[in-house]
Design a binder for this molecule. Structure first.
Ligand SMILES: *[C@@H]1O[C@H](CO)[C@@H](O)[C@H](O)[C@H]1NC(C)=O
Ligand SMILES: *[C@@H]1O[C@H](CO)[C@@H](O)[C@H](O)[C@H]1NC(C)=O
Ligand SMILES: *[C@@H]1O[C@H](CO)[C@@H](O)[C@H](O)[C@H]1NC(C)=O
Length: 415
């Protein structure tokens, strides 16, 4: 490292080194203070700007970062966009409301879209339905009043949708332990036994006749939970009165994709840490905390032991409903990756990834029309669809801005 070399030479160089170290230390302390105390700015009435700009001045680029011949900064590989083919995107009908951190379940040609923030101070408590054959929205209906409004665990058996825990209320309130089942044929809701303790954005799947819930954050939204529970279910009913404790997941935390394919359960990506309520805030005002995003892929098989599989092309979080299974592949749309190395802003993902279950290999399939997180995905008749979530500020700024209701589709070709 250059700084190390400088310290070995003349005394003026030693002074320079000392100055550099002091500046670095000062910056690190400021950064720590910022990470632990910065708040979301007062919220505009409109649905934009969930994550305001950082107030502190940007640190100067290091010599290494400046050394690119074209004068561009060199950024860490995981932060940067990946090279990916361009795809043709078609804009479809916009959803009745914009939503962030909602949930979605596809059953045949219907995408059931649940809950989510409209703004940081307003959460939705209804379901919207998109029909992939008609390519239109319709058939809105209410959720139970006690059901969480964001960061839910959700899965279907093809008729019943199991809805697990999640955050109750706006801003950065904590999760509820309450669980529900929706019969999509009759639109009737039923209760399921509550989780032993509430979880925030846990990985959730149906596997071998049991509803599995694992990871997520604990009640404070930030501390990763490693616990894993299951309960036997059939036709929208719990067959047991209590959740069974299962093998803990190797890493906890929210916002992961969780899928079952060929009788194996997979948990992908996600993060440790999240925004928390500001201590003492009567409105549970969101305050940013440190987050670490992961590229991990874990698989649970017959032996009920976790296996580590090849990692994702980059760390990726906020993908819990941003996937579809197509032709023995998992397709994952957007997400968030490592924070920007200089500005420390959250960085969105603008690519589609493919994981082939047979070869356990990853591929970058193509580019999205923009980078987007917690988007809701469906696949129908050769078309990959995504709607909702939070998009970037623009092609040159991958940090989050507008909460969207837009629906887009592209013809997918996995060959
Ligand atoms: C979706 O829309 C098509 C065309 O209007 C209709 O034929 C079909 O029944 C709808 N799907 C469902 C499940 O209602
Ligand atoms: C389960 O464990 C046994 C013994 O450790 C091993 O022989 C077998 O291959 C494992 N099965 C799977 C599917 O990994
Ligand atoms: C899936 O496989 C079928 C049969 O090989 C093929 O016709 C289809 O195009 C594939 N779908 C995609 C999205 O690649």
């Amino acid at each position: 490292m250059r700084i190390g070399k400088a310290s070995n030479s003349s005394s003026s160089r030693s002074k320079l080194f000392f100055l550099c170290v002091s500046l670095l230390a000062a910056f690190l302390i400021l950064d720590l203070l910022w990470a632990s105390s910065s708040n979301w700015a007062p919220f505009p009435a409109s649905n934009v700007l969930f994550f305001p700009d950082r107030i502190l001045p940007l640190p100067k680029a290091t010599k290494e970062e400046k050394s690119n011949k074209k004068g561009e900064r060199i950024l860490s590989a995981t932060f940067a966009d990946l090279a990916a083919p361009l795809l043709n995107w078609e804009k479809m009908a916009t959803s009745p409301v914009p939503r962030l951190d909602g949930a979605a379940i596809q059953i045949n040609d219907l995408l059931f879209v649940f809950a989510g923030y409209g703004t940081i101070d307003h959460v939705h408590s209804h379901v919207d339905i998109y029909n992939f054959t008609a390519n239109s929205w319709g058939g809105t209906f209410d959720m139970p009043k006690e059901m969480a409004h964001s960061h839910l665990g959700m899965v279907t058996d093809g008729r019943y949708i199991y809805v697990v825990t999640g955050q109750y209320g706006p801003q950065c309130r904590g999760p509820t332990a309450r669980n529900f089942v929706l019969d999509t044929k009759t639109k009737q809701w039923q209760d399921l036994p509550p989780l032993p303790v509430p979880r925030y954005a846990p990985a959730t799947q149906l596997w071998r006749g049991r509803l599995h819930v694992m990871g997520g954050s604990k009640e404070n939204r930030h501390t990763p939970g490693l616990e894993h529970w299951s309960i036997a279910v059939k036709d929208g009913k719990a067959l047991e009165t209590e959740w069974r404790t299962e093998i803990p997941i190797p890493r906890g935390g929210p916002h992961r994709a969780c899928v079952v394919f060929d009788d194996r359960l997979y948990v992908l990506g996600g993060q440790e840490g999240d925004f928390m309520a500001k201590p003492g805030s009567p409105i549970f005002k969101c305050s940013r905390r440190n987050e670490v995003v992961y590229d991990d892929v874990y698989m649970l098989d017959d032996n009920m032991t976790w296996k580590v599989l090849p990692p994702m092309p980059k760390p990726d979080s906020h993908i819990e409903f941003a996937w579809a299974i197509v032709n023995r592949s998992l397709v994952i749309v957007g997400g968030t990756t490592d924070k920007h190395p200089n500005t420390k802003k959250m960085t969105l993902v603008g690519e589609i990834f493919q994981f082939q279950f047979d070869t356990l290999t990853w591929k970058v399939l193509g580019k999205l029309p923009y980078r987007v997180k917690t988007t809701l995905v469906g696949f129908w008749n050769g078309w990959l669809y995504f709607t909702s979530g939070q998009r970037d500020k623009g092609p040159d700024d991958p940090s989050p801005r507008k909460v969207i209701g837009e629906m887009w589709r592209t013809k997918l070709n996995l060959l």
